[in-house]
Design a protein around this ligand. Structure first.
Ligand code: GUN
Length: 300
């Protein structure tokens, strides 16, 4: 079997178009411009790339982008003061504090200081609890993007066996909650799971989010399964020349694509969905703040 390649890049472009169209209507009909504030502390190169990309796509969607770049030595108290200021700013509907934060800061405290209604990452403990109890919340962007891709490919997910490999607060746990919300039978597996290949072979839906390059092999996959690869790992690629590298996922794409029914590539699969869902969450937060109808199809 040769798997269908799930084109996350094209799907994300459609989500962004949908967001932009809704933003345009908000502006025209209500004079409202959704605004996203992104806070970056320090100069982590990967974070700088993400933040630049978020700012660019926010503006392209017609929204206001507020970037706050703070030096690495910023005190936690100063960061908390900025978060509180953004909480009180009516032009800001979404707040994202880029992680990881420098070691001298308590990331949980910072995240839990964000107004939950503006927590477009869905990391605030209130949103975690709301999602876990099936209530309306802000949903973490990467799992939301994965859910959209799965529904698009499979339609109703009810009754399917879903295995999520990885138990992070950012991806694994919220992904499992979303799949449970769609009535899947959900297993959360991780690096300590006994006979992980056998557990994975039971999956109709396999979501890999462990951060280990090419760990999930083709013979771990049930024939015809839908495989969502959340991993983004940079590995050496001497075949491309000395000192060269390439991006791979947590799934060994070559062997997996021989067995799976459908699979997301890396890059071009889940990655582009994360920022598209951040824009969607910002729009949703804005609509909720203003008591306006939420856009259809952009929330679980
Ligand atoms: N760092 C890497 N991914 C993310 C994300 O989704 N949100 C935030 N805030 N920081 C990140």
């Amino acid at each position: 079997m040769t798997a269908e390649i799930i084109d996350g890049k094209a799907f994300a472009a459609r989500v962004r178009e949908q967001v932009a169209a809704h933003v345009e209507r908000l502006k025209a009909d209500h004079g409202i411009t959704p605004g996203l504030a992104v806070v970056l502390v320090g100069e982590d190169p990967a974070s700088q790339v993400y933040v630049r990309s978020k700012g660019k796509q926010t503006v392209e969607a017609g929204m206001a982008s507020f970037e706050h770049k703070l030096p690495v030595e910023t005190s936690e108290a100063d960061l908390l003061a900025l978060v509180r200021k953004l909480n009180a700013d009516d032009d800001v509907h979404g707040i994202l504090v880029q992680l990881p934060l420098p070691a001298h800061m308590n990331a949980e405290l910072v995240i839990n200081t964000i107004d939950p209604a503006k927590d477009v990452d869905g990391f605030h403990i209130s949103n975690v609890g709301l999602l876990g109890t099936g209530q309306k919340s802000m949903v973490p962007c990467t799992p939301l993007g994965c859910l959209m891709l799965l529904r698009d490919r499979l339609g109703k997910l009810a009754g399917l066996n879903a295995v999520v490999v990885g138990r992070s607060n950012i991806v694994g746990k919220p992904m499992a909650q979303l799949l449970l919300g769609d009535s899947c039978t959900v297993t959360i597996a991780h690096s300590r799971t006994k006979d992980l290949p056998a557990v994975c072979r039971g999956a109709d839906i396999l979501v890999a989010a462990v951060g280990r390059p090419e760990m999930v092999k083709g013979d771990w996959i049930k024939p015809g399964a839908t495989v969502i690869d959340v991993g983004i790992n940079r590995i050496d690629a001497p075949e491309k020349g000395e000192g060269k590298s390439r991006l791979v996922g947590d799934v060994d794409f070559a062997s997996a694509s021989e067995v799976a029914g459908a699979i997301t590539p890396v890059p071009g699969g889940v990655g582009p969905m994360t920022i598209a869902c951040l824009l969607a969450n910002t729009l949703t937060a804005c609509c909720r703040a203003k008591g306006l109808p939420e856009p259809a199809g952009l929330t679980p």
